[in-house]
Design a protein around this ligand. Structure first.
Ligand code: ADP
Ligand code: GLC
Length: 493
Protein backbone atom coordinates (compact mmCIF):
# COMPACT_ATOMS: atom_id res chain seq x y z
CA UNK A 1 0.00 0.00 0.00
CA UNK A 2 1.18 3.54 -0.76
CA UNK A 3 0.79 5.71 2.35
CA UNK A 4 1.39 9.42 2.74
CA UNK A 5 2.16 10.56 6.30
CA UNK A 6 1.12 14.18 6.75
CA UNK A 7 2.53 16.09 9.71
CA UNK A 8 3.96 19.39 10.90
CA UNK A 9 7.10 18.09 12.59
CA UNK A 10 9.64 15.32 12.22
CA UNK A 11 12.68 14.36 14.30
CA UNK A 12 15.53 15.39 13.93
CA UNK A 13 14.56 18.45 11.89
CA UNK A 14 11.60 20.06 13.66
CA UNK A 15 10.54 18.95 17.12
CA UNK A 16 8.40 20.48 19.83
CA UNK A 17 7.41 17.17 21.43
CA UNK A 18 6.67 13.50 20.96
CA UNK A 19 4.84 14.04 17.66
CA UNK A 20 8.20 14.57 15.97
CA UNK A 21 9.60 11.37 17.48
CA UNK A 22 6.61 9.42 16.15
CA UNK A 23 6.75 10.93 12.67
CA UNK A 24 10.49 10.18 12.58
CA UNK A 25 10.10 6.55 13.62
CA UNK A 26 6.77 5.18 12.37
CA UNK A 27 7.36 5.68 8.60
CA UNK A 28 10.63 3.70 8.51
CA UNK A 29 9.01 0.99 10.64
CA UNK A 30 6.18 0.78 8.09
CA UNK A 31 8.64 0.82 5.20
CA UNK A 32 10.50 -2.09 6.81
CA UNK A 33 7.21 -4.03 6.63
CA UNK A 34 6.81 -3.31 2.93
CA UNK A 35 4.51 -0.27 3.11
CA UNK A 36 5.51 2.33 0.50
CA UNK A 37 5.64 5.28 2.90
CA UNK A 38 6.36 8.92 2.14
CA UNK A 39 6.02 12.12 4.14
CA UNK A 40 4.40 15.46 3.39
CA UNK A 41 5.74 18.35 5.48
CA UNK A 42 5.55 22.14 5.50
CA UNK A 43 8.78 23.70 4.24
CA UNK A 44 9.88 25.14 7.59
CA UNK A 45 13.48 26.39 7.45
CA UNK A 46 15.00 23.24 8.97
CA UNK A 47 13.03 21.01 6.57
CA UNK A 48 13.73 23.07 3.46
CA UNK A 49 17.41 23.22 4.45
CA UNK A 50 17.65 19.43 4.83
CA UNK A 51 16.10 18.62 1.45
CA UNK A 52 18.44 17.24 -1.18
CA UNK A 53 18.13 15.70 -4.61
CA UNK A 54 14.79 17.46 -4.95
CA UNK A 55 12.60 17.66 -8.04
CA UNK A 56 9.82 20.19 -8.44
CA UNK A 57 6.58 18.23 -8.57
CA UNK A 58 4.19 21.13 -9.09
CA UNK A 59 4.10 24.90 -9.10
CA UNK A 60 1.00 26.11 -7.27
CA UNK A 61 -0.47 29.40 -6.18
CA UNK A 62 -1.28 32.00 -5.51
CA UNK A 63 -3.09 30.28 -2.65
CA UNK A 64 -3.67 30.64 1.11
CA UNK A 65 -2.07 34.06 1.06
CA UNK A 66 1.13 32.90 -0.63
CA UNK A 67 1.93 34.22 -4.08
CA UNK A 68 3.97 31.15 -4.90
CA UNK A 69 3.90 27.59 -3.60
CA UNK A 70 6.07 24.81 -4.97
CA UNK A 71 5.64 21.15 -4.13
CA UNK A 72 9.06 19.53 -4.01
CA UNK A 73 10.03 15.89 -3.60
CA UNK A 74 13.33 14.47 -2.40
CA UNK A 75 15.24 13.10 0.58
CA UNK A 76 15.72 14.82 3.91
CA UNK A 77 18.98 14.55 5.84
CA UNK A 78 18.37 12.47 8.94
CA UNK A 79 14.97 11.18 7.80
CA UNK A 80 14.69 7.63 6.51
CA UNK A 81 11.81 7.86 4.03
CA UNK A 82 11.33 10.14 0.98
CA UNK A 83 9.38 13.33 1.50
CA UNK A 84 7.23 15.90 -0.23
CA UNK A 85 7.95 19.40 1.01
CA UNK A 86 5.70 22.42 0.55
CA UNK A 87 8.00 25.26 -0.36
CA UNK A 88 5.97 28.35 0.50
CA UNK A 89 8.43 30.88 1.91
CA UNK A 90 5.74 33.41 2.72
CA UNK A 91 3.97 30.91 5.00
CA UNK A 92 6.74 28.71 6.33
CA UNK A 93 10.17 30.34 6.21
CA UNK A 94 10.11 31.48 9.81
CA UNK A 95 12.67 30.51 12.40
CA UNK A 96 11.74 29.16 15.81
CA UNK A 97 8.65 27.29 16.90
CA UNK A 98 6.48 25.92 14.06
CA UNK A 99 3.25 27.09 15.68
CA UNK A 100 4.20 30.18 17.70
CA UNK A 101 5.80 33.48 16.83
CA UNK A 102 8.60 35.04 18.86
CA UNK A 103 5.96 36.69 21.09
CA UNK A 104 4.81 33.24 22.24
CA UNK A 105 1.42 33.62 20.52
CA UNK A 106 0.14 31.51 17.63
CA UNK A 107 1.25 32.74 14.23
CA UNK A 108 -1.68 34.91 13.10
CA UNK A 109 -1.96 33.01 9.81
CA UNK A 110 -1.86 29.45 11.22
CA UNK A 111 -5.21 28.79 9.55
CA UNK A 112 -3.72 29.34 6.10
CA UNK A 113 -0.42 27.65 6.98
CA UNK A 114 -2.12 24.38 7.92
CA UNK A 115 -4.98 24.66 5.44
CA UNK A 116 -2.33 24.43 2.72
CA UNK A 117 -0.94 21.25 4.28
CA UNK A 118 -4.33 19.51 4.23
CA UNK A 119 -5.16 20.79 0.76
CA UNK A 120 -1.89 19.54 -0.72
CA UNK A 121 -2.24 16.12 0.93
CA UNK A 122 -5.74 15.61 -0.47
CA UNK A 123 -4.77 16.76 -3.95
CA UNK A 124 -1.75 14.45 -3.98
CA UNK A 125 -4.16 11.66 -3.09
CA UNK A 126 -6.45 12.80 -5.87
CA UNK A 127 -3.63 12.28 -8.35
CA UNK A 128 -3.66 15.91 -9.47
CA UNK A 129 -0.19 16.87 -8.29
CA UNK A 130 2.28 14.07 -8.93
CA UNK A 131 1.88 11.71 -11.88
CA UNK A 132 4.70 9.54 -10.48
CA UNK A 133 3.24 8.63 -7.10
CA UNK A 134 -0.28 8.67 -5.75
CA UNK A 135 -1.05 7.61 -2.18
CA UNK A 136 -3.76 5.05 -1.55
CA UNK A 137 -4.05 6.22 2.03
CA UNK A 138 -3.48 9.49 3.84
CA UNK A 139 -2.34 9.27 7.43
CA UNK A 140 -2.92 12.70 8.97
CA UNK A 141 -1.28 13.50 12.31
CA UNK A 142 -2.96 15.96 14.70
CA UNK A 143 -5.04 19.01 13.80
CA UNK A 144 -2.32 20.43 11.56
CA UNK A 145 -3.06 17.82 8.91
CA UNK A 146 -6.74 17.15 9.65
CA UNK A 147 -8.31 19.18 6.85
CA UNK A 148 -7.02 16.58 4.39
CA UNK A 149 -9.75 14.24 5.71
CA UNK A 150 -12.51 16.79 4.99
CA UNK A 151 -11.22 17.33 1.44
CA UNK A 152 -11.29 13.59 0.80
CA UNK A 153 -14.81 13.24 2.20
CA UNK A 154 -15.96 15.91 -0.23
CA UNK A 155 -14.40 14.11 -3.19
CA UNK A 156 -15.89 10.64 -3.24
CA UNK A 157 -14.30 9.99 -6.63
CA UNK A 158 -10.87 9.95 -4.99
CA UNK A 159 -10.14 6.37 -4.01
CA UNK A 160 -7.68 7.18 -1.23
CA UNK A 161 -8.76 6.46 2.34
CA UNK A 162 -7.76 8.43 5.41
CA UNK A 163 -6.60 7.71 8.93
CA UNK A 164 -6.43 10.49 11.48
CA UNK A 165 -4.23 10.16 14.55
CA UNK A 166 -4.90 12.23 17.66
CA UNK A 167 -1.63 12.90 19.44
CA UNK A 168 -3.20 15.42 21.78
CA UNK A 169 -6.90 16.31 21.84
CA UNK A 170 -6.18 19.47 23.84
CA UNK A 171 -4.67 21.22 20.80
CA UNK A 172 -7.54 21.53 18.35
CA UNK A 173 -6.72 24.16 15.79
CA UNK A 174 -9.60 26.58 16.53
CA UNK A 175 -10.09 29.71 14.40
CA UNK A 176 -12.67 32.48 14.02
CA UNK A 177 -15.73 31.37 12.11
CA UNK A 178 -15.36 34.41 9.86
CA UNK A 179 -12.12 32.97 8.46
CA UNK A 180 -13.82 29.85 7.12
CA UNK A 181 -13.90 31.28 3.60
CA UNK A 182 -10.09 31.22 3.54
CA UNK A 183 -10.06 27.41 3.73
CA UNK A 184 -11.35 26.68 0.26
CA UNK A 185 -13.82 24.14 1.65
CA UNK A 186 -17.50 23.86 0.76
CA UNK A 187 -19.97 25.58 3.12
CA UNK A 188 -21.55 22.15 3.55
CA UNK A 189 -19.00 21.26 6.24
CA UNK A 190 -19.71 24.42 8.23
CA UNK A 191 -22.38 23.56 10.78
CA UNK A 192 -22.41 22.21 14.33
CA UNK A 193 -22.42 18.63 13.04
CA UNK A 194 -19.52 19.57 10.77
CA UNK A 195 -16.30 21.40 11.56
CA UNK A 196 -18.00 24.18 13.50
CA UNK A 197 -17.26 24.01 17.25
CA UNK A 198 -18.84 26.56 19.57
CA UNK A 199 -18.93 29.25 16.89
CA UNK A 200 -15.37 28.54 15.78
CA UNK A 201 -13.78 26.54 12.97
CA UNK A 202 -12.20 23.34 14.34
CA UNK A 203 -9.50 21.58 12.33
CA UNK A 204 -9.57 18.73 14.85
CA UNK A 205 -13.22 18.02 14.04
CA UNK A 206 -12.35 17.66 10.36
CA UNK A 207 -10.23 14.67 11.34
CA UNK A 208 -12.71 13.25 13.84
CA UNK A 209 -15.71 13.44 11.51
CA UNK A 210 -14.30 12.72 8.08
CA UNK A 211 -11.37 10.31 8.50
CA UNK A 212 -12.26 6.73 7.61
CA UNK A 213 -10.55 5.54 10.78
CA UNK A 214 -9.22 7.35 13.84
CA UNK A 215 -6.45 6.35 16.15
CA UNK A 216 -4.87 7.76 19.21
CA UNK A 217 -1.58 6.90 20.80
CA UNK A 218 -2.56 4.56 23.65
CA UNK A 219 -5.48 2.25 24.42
CA UNK A 220 -6.29 4.01 27.70
CA UNK A 221 -6.37 7.49 26.11
CA UNK A 222 -8.66 6.05 23.40
CA UNK A 223 -11.15 5.20 26.16
CA UNK A 224 -10.57 8.37 28.18
CA UNK A 225 -11.35 10.76 25.33
CA UNK A 226 -14.85 9.36 25.08
CA UNK A 227 -15.53 10.88 28.54
CA UNK A 228 -16.14 14.51 29.55
CA UNK A 229 -13.06 14.53 31.81
CA UNK A 230 -10.64 14.02 28.93
CA UNK A 231 -12.75 14.66 25.82
CA UNK A 232 -12.19 18.44 25.65
CA UNK A 233 -15.82 18.87 24.55
CA UNK A 234 -15.37 16.39 21.69
CA UNK A 235 -16.31 13.27 23.65
CA UNK A 236 -19.70 13.08 21.93
CA UNK A 237 -18.14 13.20 18.47
CA UNK A 238 -15.70 10.49 19.49
CA UNK A 239 -18.40 8.30 21.01
CA UNK A 240 -20.37 8.58 17.78
CA UNK A 241 -17.40 7.12 15.91
CA UNK A 242 -17.55 4.05 18.20
CA UNK A 243 -15.25 1.25 17.10
CA UNK A 244 -13.72 3.43 14.38
CA UNK A 245 -11.49 4.86 17.13
CA UNK A 246 -8.49 2.72 18.09
CA UNK A 247 -5.64 3.06 20.54
CA UNK A 248 -2.20 2.11 19.24
CA UNK A 249 0.65 2.59 21.68
CA UNK A 250 3.67 4.51 20.39
CA UNK A 251 7.01 2.76 20.29
CA UNK A 252 10.54 3.72 21.22
CA UNK A 253 13.16 4.26 18.54
CA UNK A 254 15.80 1.84 19.77
CA UNK A 255 18.45 3.30 17.47
CA UNK A 256 18.15 6.65 19.27
CA UNK A 257 17.21 5.63 22.80
CA UNK A 258 19.41 2.79 23.94
CA UNK A 259 21.78 3.08 26.93
CA UNK A 260 24.11 0.49 25.40
CA UNK A 261 24.86 2.63 22.33
CA UNK A 262 23.87 6.22 23.29
CA UNK A 263 26.79 8.58 22.50
CA UNK A 264 25.15 11.52 24.33
CA UNK A 265 25.52 9.95 27.79
CA UNK A 266 28.59 9.78 30.04
CA UNK A 267 28.93 5.98 29.95
CA UNK A 268 27.12 3.19 28.22
CA UNK A 269 25.41 0.37 30.09
CA UNK A 270 22.82 -2.37 29.86
CA UNK A 271 20.78 -4.55 32.20
CA UNK A 272 23.63 -7.03 32.60
CA UNK A 273 26.20 -4.40 33.60
CA UNK A 274 24.75 -1.39 35.37
CA UNK A 275 28.04 0.25 36.46
CA UNK A 276 27.77 2.84 33.66
CA UNK A 277 24.48 4.03 35.08
CA UNK A 278 26.09 5.09 38.36
CA UNK A 279 28.68 6.95 36.33
CA UNK A 280 25.89 8.71 34.37
CA UNK A 281 24.28 9.75 37.67
CA UNK A 282 27.48 11.30 39.00
CA UNK A 283 28.06 13.08 35.68
CA UNK A 284 24.51 14.45 35.72
CA UNK A 285 24.88 15.73 39.28
CA UNK A 286 28.10 17.49 38.22
CA UNK A 287 26.51 18.91 35.08
CA UNK A 288 23.64 20.38 37.09
CA UNK A 289 25.94 21.61 39.89
CA UNK A 290 24.58 19.28 42.57
CA UNK A 291 26.71 17.37 45.09
CA UNK A 292 27.78 13.99 43.69
CA UNK A 293 25.95 11.72 46.08
CA UNK A 294 25.22 8.14 45.09
CA UNK A 295 23.10 7.71 48.22
CA UNK A 296 20.67 10.57 47.41
CA UNK A 297 17.84 9.44 45.13
CA UNK A 298 17.82 11.72 42.08
CA UNK A 299 14.55 12.60 40.33
CA UNK A 300 14.68 13.76 36.71
CA UNK A 301 12.18 15.69 34.61
CA UNK A 302 12.37 16.30 30.84
CA UNK A 303 9.25 18.09 29.77
CA UNK A 304 7.34 20.79 28.05
CA UNK A 305 6.26 23.07 30.88
CA UNK A 306 2.48 23.20 30.51
CA UNK A 307 -0.34 22.43 32.93
CA UNK A 308 -0.84 19.08 31.08
CA UNK A 309 2.41 17.79 32.54
CA UNK A 310 1.36 18.27 36.19
CA UNK A 311 4.71 19.60 37.38
CA UNK A 312 2.91 21.85 39.86
CA UNK A 313 1.91 18.61 41.64
CA UNK A 314 5.57 17.66 41.90
CA UNK A 315 6.42 21.15 43.16
CA UNK A 316 3.82 20.71 45.89
CA UNK A 317 5.51 17.51 47.05
CA UNK A 318 9.02 18.89 46.70
CA UNK A 319 9.54 20.37 50.20
CA UNK A 320 9.09 16.96 51.84
CA UNK A 321 11.37 15.30 49.25
CA UNK A 322 14.09 17.85 49.85
CA UNK A 323 13.62 17.57 53.60
CA UNK A 324 14.35 13.86 53.36
CA UNK A 325 17.53 14.57 51.39
CA UNK A 326 16.45 13.75 47.82
CA UNK A 327 17.56 15.59 44.68
CA UNK A 328 15.78 16.82 41.53
CA UNK A 329 17.00 17.96 38.10
CA UNK A 330 14.64 19.51 35.56
CA UNK A 331 15.17 20.11 31.85
CA UNK A 332 12.21 21.94 30.36
CA UNK A 333 10.76 24.92 28.62
CA UNK A 334 7.33 26.45 28.30
CA UNK A 335 4.93 28.53 30.36
CA UNK A 336 6.50 31.48 32.17
CA UNK A 337 4.70 30.82 35.47
CA UNK A 338 6.01 27.24 35.67
CA UNK A 339 9.50 28.33 34.70
CA UNK A 340 9.36 30.89 37.47
CA UNK A 341 8.13 28.40 40.06
CA UNK A 342 10.91 25.98 39.14
CA UNK A 343 13.51 28.75 39.28
CA UNK A 344 12.30 29.67 42.75
CA UNK A 345 12.53 26.03 43.92
CA UNK A 346 16.10 25.75 42.60
CA UNK A 347 17.05 29.01 44.31
CA UNK A 348 15.56 27.82 47.59
CA UNK A 349 17.38 24.46 47.54
CA UNK A 350 20.58 25.00 45.54
CA UNK A 351 22.18 21.81 46.90
CA UNK A 352 19.26 19.63 45.91
CA UNK A 353 17.25 21.13 43.04
CA UNK A 354 18.74 22.25 39.72
CA UNK A 355 17.22 23.44 36.51
CA UNK A 356 18.09 23.90 32.85
CA UNK A 357 15.48 25.89 31.01
CA UNK A 358 15.38 25.45 27.27
CA UNK A 359 15.34 22.68 24.76
CA UNK A 360 18.39 20.43 24.48
CA UNK A 361 18.21 16.98 22.94
CA UNK A 362 21.56 15.52 24.18
CA UNK A 363 20.92 16.83 27.67
CA UNK A 364 17.50 15.15 27.65
CA UNK A 365 19.36 11.85 27.09
CA UNK A 366 21.72 12.62 29.97
CA UNK A 367 18.83 13.32 32.34
CA UNK A 368 17.05 10.13 31.31
CA UNK A 369 20.23 8.10 31.81
CA UNK A 370 21.52 9.75 34.99
CA UNK A 371 18.41 10.09 37.14
CA UNK A 372 17.17 7.28 39.37
CA UNK A 373 13.53 8.17 38.70
CA UNK A 374 11.92 9.98 35.77
CA UNK A 375 8.85 11.90 36.94
CA UNK A 376 5.84 12.33 34.64
CA UNK A 377 2.92 13.42 36.86
CA UNK A 378 0.64 14.42 33.96
CA UNK A 379 -2.98 15.51 34.34
CA UNK A 380 -3.55 13.76 31.02
CA UNK A 381 -1.10 12.02 28.72
CA UNK A 382 -2.10 10.62 25.32
CA UNK A 383 0.94 8.35 25.29
CA UNK A 384 4.06 9.91 26.72
CA UNK A 385 7.48 8.90 25.48
CA UNK A 386 9.74 10.04 28.32
CA UNK A 387 8.50 7.35 30.70
CA UNK A 388 9.22 4.74 28.03
CA UNK A 389 12.70 6.17 27.54
CA UNK A 390 13.11 5.99 31.33
CA UNK A 391 12.14 2.32 31.32
CA UNK A 392 14.72 1.50 28.66
CA UNK A 393 17.42 3.31 30.65
CA UNK A 394 16.52 1.65 33.95
CA UNK A 395 15.32 5.01 35.27
CA UNK A 396 12.11 4.11 37.05
CA UNK A 397 9.11 6.17 35.98
CA UNK A 398 6.93 7.84 38.57
CA UNK A 399 3.69 8.57 36.74
CA UNK A 400 0.03 9.34 37.19
CA UNK A 401 -2.36 6.57 36.16
CA UNK A 402 -3.65 8.23 32.97
CA UNK A 403 -3.43 7.58 29.23
CA UNK A 404 -0.28 5.96 27.95
CA UNK A 405 1.37 6.30 31.36
CA UNK A 406 -1.15 3.80 32.74
CA UNK A 407 -0.49 1.48 29.80
CA UNK A 408 3.28 1.40 30.13
CA UNK A 409 4.22 1.44 33.83
CA UNK A 410 3.47 -1.30 36.39
CA UNK A 411 3.33 0.05 39.94
CA UNK A 412 5.78 -1.40 42.44
CA UNK A 413 3.15 -2.50 44.95
CA UNK A 414 3.91 -5.53 47.08
CA UNK A 415 2.12 -7.96 44.78
CA UNK A 416 3.89 -6.71 41.64
CA UNK A 417 7.24 -6.71 43.42
CA UNK A 418 6.69 -10.26 44.60
CA UNK A 419 5.73 -11.35 41.08
CA UNK A 420 8.68 -9.47 39.54
CA UNK A 421 6.36 -7.42 37.35
CA UNK A 422 6.96 -3.93 38.82
CA UNK A 423 8.59 -1.29 36.59
CA UNK A 424 7.90 2.03 38.36
CA UNK A 425 5.61 4.02 40.63
CA UNK A 426 2.02 4.92 39.78
CA UNK A 427 -0.32 7.28 41.64
CA UNK A 428 -3.94 8.22 41.05
CA UNK A 429 -5.14 11.57 42.38
CA UNK A 430 -4.00 14.75 40.61
CA UNK A 431 -2.84 16.09 43.95
CA UNK A 432 0.53 16.86 45.54
CA UNK A 433 -0.32 14.52 48.44
CA UNK A 434 -0.55 11.61 46.02
CA UNK A 435 2.85 12.51 44.56
CA UNK A 436 4.22 12.76 48.08
CA UNK A 437 2.91 9.29 48.95
CA UNK A 438 4.51 7.87 45.79
CA UNK A 439 7.79 9.60 46.61
CA UNK A 440 7.78 7.98 50.03
CA UNK A 441 7.54 4.61 48.31
CA UNK A 442 10.43 5.63 46.01
CA UNK A 443 12.45 6.44 49.09
CA UNK A 444 11.68 3.14 50.79
CA UNK A 445 12.56 1.03 47.75
CA UNK A 446 15.71 3.04 47.07
CA UNK A 447 16.92 1.98 50.51
CA UNK A 448 16.75 -1.65 49.34
CA UNK A 449 19.26 -1.76 46.46
CA UNK A 450 18.66 -5.39 45.56
CA UNK A 451 14.94 -4.87 45.09
CA UNK A 452 15.51 -1.55 43.30
CA UNK A 453 17.81 -3.27 40.82
CA UNK A 454 15.29 -6.02 40.28
CA UNK A 455 12.73 -3.38 39.24
CA UNK A 456 15.34 -1.69 37.03
CA UNK A 457 16.02 -4.92 35.20
CA UNK A 458 12.32 -5.60 34.72
CA UNK A 459 11.91 -2.04 33.39
CA UNK A 460 14.80 -2.42 30.98
CA UNK A 461 13.31 -5.65 29.65
CA UNK A 462 10.24 -3.77 28.32
CA UNK A 463 10.53 -3.45 24.56
CA UNK A 464 7.85 -1.09 23.13
CA UNK A 465 9.05 -1.70 19.58
CA UNK A 466 7.82 0.32 16.63
CA UNK A 467 7.49 -2.91 14.63
CA UNK A 468 4.54 -3.91 16.76
CA UNK A 469 2.87 -0.50 16.39
CA UNK A 470 3.52 -0.55 12.62
CA UNK A 471 1.73 -3.90 12.34
CA UNK A 472 -1.31 -2.43 14.09
CA UNK A 473 -1.29 0.63 11.83
CA UNK A 474 -1.17 -1.63 8.77
CA UNK A 475 -4.27 -3.43 9.98
CA UNK A 476 -5.93 -0.05 10.58
CA UNK A 477 -4.99 1.11 7.07
CA UNK A 478 -6.62 -2.03 5.64
CA UNK A 479 -9.77 -1.32 7.65
CA UNK A 480 -9.81 2.29 6.50
CA UNK A 481 -9.37 1.31 2.84
CA UNK A 482 -12.20 -1.23 3.13
CA UNK A 483 -14.43 1.39 4.80
CA UNK A 484 -13.66 3.91 2.05
CA UNK A 485 -14.72 1.33 -0.57
CA UNK A 486 -17.88 0.21 1.18
CA UNK A 487 -19.07 3.09 3.38
CA UNK A 488 -17.32 6.28 2.28
CA UNK A 489 -17.69 9.15 4.72
CA UNK A 490 -19.31 11.75 2.54
CA UNK A 491 -20.29 15.24 3.63
CA UNK A 492 -24.01 14.93 4.35
CA UNK A 493 -26.25 17.73 5.48
P1 ADP B 1 4.77 15.64 24.61
O1 ADP B 1 4.78 15.28 23.17
O2 ADP B 1 3.41 15.83 25.17
O3 ADP B 1 5.67 16.79 24.92
P2 ADP B 1 6.14 13.07 24.99
O4 ADP B 1 6.58 12.41 26.24
O5 ADP B 1 5.38 12.27 24.03
O6 ADP B 1 5.35 14.39 25.44
O7 ADP B 1 7.38 13.58 24.16
C1 ADP B 1 8.25 14.56 24.60
C2 ADP B 1 9.50 14.50 23.76
O8 ADP B 1 10.13 15.78 23.80
C3 ADP B 1 10.53 13.52 24.27
O9 ADP B 1 11.32 13.08 23.18
C4 ADP B 1 11.33 14.38 25.22
O10 ADP B 1 12.64 13.87 25.41
C5 ADP B 1 11.37 15.69 24.48
N1 ADP B 1 11.51 16.89 25.30
C6 ADP B 1 10.57 17.54 26.01
N2 ADP B 1 11.07 18.65 26.59
C7 ADP B 1 12.36 18.71 26.23
C8 ADP B 1 13.43 19.62 26.49
N3 ADP B 1 13.25 20.70 27.25
N4 ADP B 1 14.64 19.35 25.95
C9 ADP B 1 14.82 18.27 25.18
N5 ADP B 1 13.86 17.38 24.89
C10 ADP B 1 12.65 17.59 25.41
C1 GLC C 1 1.51 14.34 22.17
C2 GLC C 1 1.16 13.83 23.54
C3 GLC C 1 2.10 12.76 24.04
C4 GLC C 1 2.43 11.75 22.95
C5 GLC C 1 2.94 12.47 21.72
C6 GLC C 1 3.29 11.52 20.58
O1 GLC C 1 2.42 15.37 22.20
O2 GLC C 1 1.09 14.88 24.49
O3 GLC C 1 1.50 12.08 25.13
O4 GLC C 1 3.40 10.84 23.41
O5 GLC C 1 1.96 13.34 21.26
O6 GLC C 1 2.20 10.75 20.18
Amino acid sequence: MRVLQVAAEVFPLVKTGGLADVVGALPPALAAQGVDTQLLLPGLPAVAGALHGARTVAQLGPMFGAARVALLHGRLHGVDVPAYVLDAPYLYRREGNPYLGPDGHDWPDNLQRFALLGWAAAHLAGGELDPRWQPELLHAHDWHAALACAHLAMHPSTAAASVFTIHNLAYQGLFPLGDFALLGLSQRVLWPHGIEFHRQVSFMKAGLLYADRISTVSPTYAREIATPEFGCGLEGVLRDRGADVRGILNGVDGALWNPATDRAIAARYDAASLAGKAYCKAALQREFGLPERADAPLLGVVSRLTSQKGLDLLLGALPAWVERGGQLVVQGSGEAALEQALRAAAARHPQQVALHLGYDEPRAHRVVAGADVIVVPSRFEPCGLTQMYGLRYGTLPLVRRVGGLADTVVDADEAALAADRATGFVFDAAHADAVDAALRRVWALFREPARWQQVMRRAMAQTFGWDDAARQYRALYDDAAEARRTHPRGVYR
